[in-house]
Design a protein around this ligand. Structure first.
Ligand code: CA
Length: 227
């Protein structure tokens, strides 16, 4: 009886450890790292650690993309208690339009891990788009000060946003590889289109001056064809 009780206790501890481990030691990486362009094929790399070996996927990982919400269900199980192990899966998210993307990864523990379902990773990543100088996934009034910084001192801007890809955030598309005064009219049109009036934000005077000039240019001059 004592032996059975001891084995039972060990088994319970293993189940608790396994379940905790499955949900507590997952990691998610969005690739490519260091900035995603609207033409990049995006991959989600999911690694789930388990206290047993070998770890394996007992069913194919499921992917659902609804609006800008990505939901991934991953099904992990493992062998009997031996040593710490992990399993990695790569989920192809395809090419995603510019904007902010929320993701949720849900783990489904197999029988040897004690069963159970629970989220173990949730975060947001951004696919860079024209005019989104603060890289929050939307082009609006909040981008003005960073836009002005990029115009007057690209190196300073790049130091602040090292992952920024000029080919993506250039307000004029396709990009000519330079952020300058000529980009102002397109930026004004974009942030006006999305209702750029963000309450409570007061752009710096220099930014307002530039944008006023940009808006004036839009009124005065037909939009030039891109070279
Ligand atoms: Ca933005």
């Amino acid at each position: 009886m004592k032996t059975h009780a001891l084995l039972g206790a060990i088994g319970l501890m293993a189940v608790l450890l396994a379940t905790t481990s499955l949900y507590g030691q997952g990691s998610v990486q969005i690739l490519p790292s260091g900035g995603i362009a609207p033409w990049d094929a995006v991959t989600m790399q999911i690694t789930v650690s388990t206290p047993t070996s070998p770890a394996f996927l007992y069913e194919p990982t499921q992917l659902d993309i609804t609006g800008h919400q990505i939901t991934v269900d991953i099904f992990v199980d493992a062998g009997f208690l031996q040593m710490f192990d992990s399993v990695t899966d790569w989920v192809d998210l395809g090419v995603l339009p510019a904007g902010a993307w929320d993701y949720l990864v849900i783990g489904h523990a197999g029988a040897n891990l004690g069963g159970g379902v629970g989220p173990f990773a949730a975060d947001t990543f951004v696919v860079q788009g024209p005019g989104d100088f603060d890289l929050d996934g939307v082009t609006n009034l909040l981008d003005i000060n960073d836009f002005v910084l990029a115009i007057v001192d690209w190196n300073a801007y790049a130091a602040l946003y090292p992952e920024a890809d000029i080919l993506c955030i250039d307000p004029r598309q396709p990009s000519d590889g330079v952020i300058n005064l000529l980009d102002i009219p397109e930026f004004v049109v974009m942030y006006t289109d999305v209702g750029g009036g963000v309450s409570g934000l007061v752009p710096e005077p220099a930014a307002m001056t530039l944008l006023t000039l940009g808006g004036f240019t839009v009124l005065r001059r037909p939009r030039a064809a891109r070279p």
